[in-house]
Design a protein around this ligand. Structure first.
Ligand SMILES: *Cc1c(COP(=O)(O)O)cnc(C)c1O
Length: 392
């Protein structure tokens, strides 16, 4: 049976539940008492489509968005009118004019970026009635490094700025922010260390609103609340509290079509390099997705799909366009059946555990060849034909 909205030639269907993403944003907003909750939609909204996710969140009331790159910001800017669009990777030389023209907010991660943004403000046309080039303060976010050591002002640059507040004088400072290193590990002493460092850093800077928590940071406790939280992963259903029950709703379902089913005699091998051999007379189904679709090769001989709510073991190597499954115990699986690859029973975090990575990488790897459907599938109902989805 073909998913009702999938063209006949489609190999796999990726259904993205925008209502679940919005519900997750509301859950996080209720939880974060310090202030509003942004939507981090970098990397094409963690692979799920910034073009769809950003306006859905905006419609729900989200007024702060973060991306990594200028190009990502330009994509969503017209979709989220009036909202702050922050660019986490900062202000690359030469991009100042684009930031000004499109009302984008750079996350300034070094004194050089601060100085360049001030200079850009002097060049910008002011709002004075005379129409003269009077310059204006441009909105910026100041990024302080409290332990990540990737981006943000280091201790030396921070000290310089703390002694020379005037250097920020030309900037409309929206927030001072930092990024947590290990927030998914609630007991990690790094969390407290960063919280204390951030407080100290902000205390000696001009007064400004603060932004601290990512997804997991929102669950660390009131001490990690701030004027603006910046979750990404949890919006998309990744568990921000690993080891405990997932408070987020699943937002993704991936189903792949079975192309062929064949009998494999005991002792015969399946796939490249014959890494799997049938230990009994077996039936093997070949499904239409592979590592070119972000179905990681490290899932070879380890992954699990679901059919009728029951697990189906992945056997043999994952190849570029195809993956094979042992359906010996699933006699109703035939050509044209749909196997669930990601869903309530096999979440991105579950897939990640089998693949030796994290849910972030599973989502951001999801391929461009999938037929994408945006909407609100009803779990437990066989929307896409044969598979019946577990209650989660
Ligand atoms: C990606 C990112 C986030 C979002 O992190 P999640 O763990 O996905 O919630 C927040 N802040 C910064 C600086 C980031 O780079």
């Amino acid at each position: 049976m073909t998913p009702p909205d999938a063209p006949p030639g489609v190999g796999a269907v990726l259904a993205i539940d925008l209502a679940a993403i919005v519900a997750n944003w509301r859950t996080l907003s209720a939880r974060h008492r310090g202030g509003p909750v942004a939507g981090v939609v970098k990397a094409d909204a963690y692979g799920l489509g910034a073009r769809q996710v950003a306006p859905a969140l905006h419609k729900a009331g989200c007024r702060h968005f973060f991306v990594a790159l200028l190009e990502e910001a330009l994509l969503i800017r017209p979709l989220v009118p009036g909202a702050l669009v922050g660019v986490l990777n900062g202000l690359l030389p030469g991009s100042e004019a684009d930031f000004v023209a499109h009302d984008l907010t750079p996350v300034l991660g070094s004194l050089a970026e601060v100085d360049r943004w001030v200079a850009a403000g002097r060049q910008a046309v002011g709002r004075q009635a005379t129409g003269q080039r009077a310059g204006r303060k441009l909105p910026g976010i100041l990024h302080i490094d409290t332990g990540m050591a990737r981006l943000g002002l280091d201790q030396r640059e921070l000290a310089t700025l703390q002694q020379d507040h005037a250097r920020l004088g030309g900037i409309d400072l929206q927030y001072i922010m930092t990024h947590l290193v290990a927030s998914e590990l609630a007991g990690d002493p790094l969390n407290e260390q960063q919280r204390v460092r951030f407080q100290a850093a902000c205390g000696a800077l001009p007064p400004a609103r603060r932004s601290l928590a990512n997804s997991s940071g929102i669950f660390l406790g009131d001490g990690w609340d701030s004027d603006l939280a910046r979750p990404g992963a949890a919006l998309y259903g990744i568990n921000p509290t690993p080891g405990a029950a997932n408070p987020m709703r699943q937002a993704v379902r991936l189903t792949a079509r079975v192309l062929q089913v064949r009998d494999v005699a005991a002792g015969e091998s399946v796939g490249y390099n014959a890494t799997w051999r049938a230990s009994r007379p077996s039936r093997v189904a070949t499904a239409a997705l592979g590592y070119a679709d972000g179905w990681h090769r490290s899932l070879s001989d380890r992954g699990t799909a679901y059919f009728d709510g029951r697990p189906v073991p992945l056997v043999g190597r994952v190849s570029m366009d195809l993956t094979t499954f042992d359906v010996t115990d699933h006699p109703t699986v035939g050509p044209g059946a749909w196997l669930e690859m990601i869903g309530p029973a096999c979440t991105p975090d579950d897939v990640a555990a089998s693949a030796g990575t994290n849910g972030y990488e599973v989502l951001t790897s999801l391929g461009r060849r999938f037929h994408r459907v945006y909407g609100t599938p009803v779990y437990g109902t066989p929307v896409y034909g044969a598979p019946v989805y577990g209650a989660g």
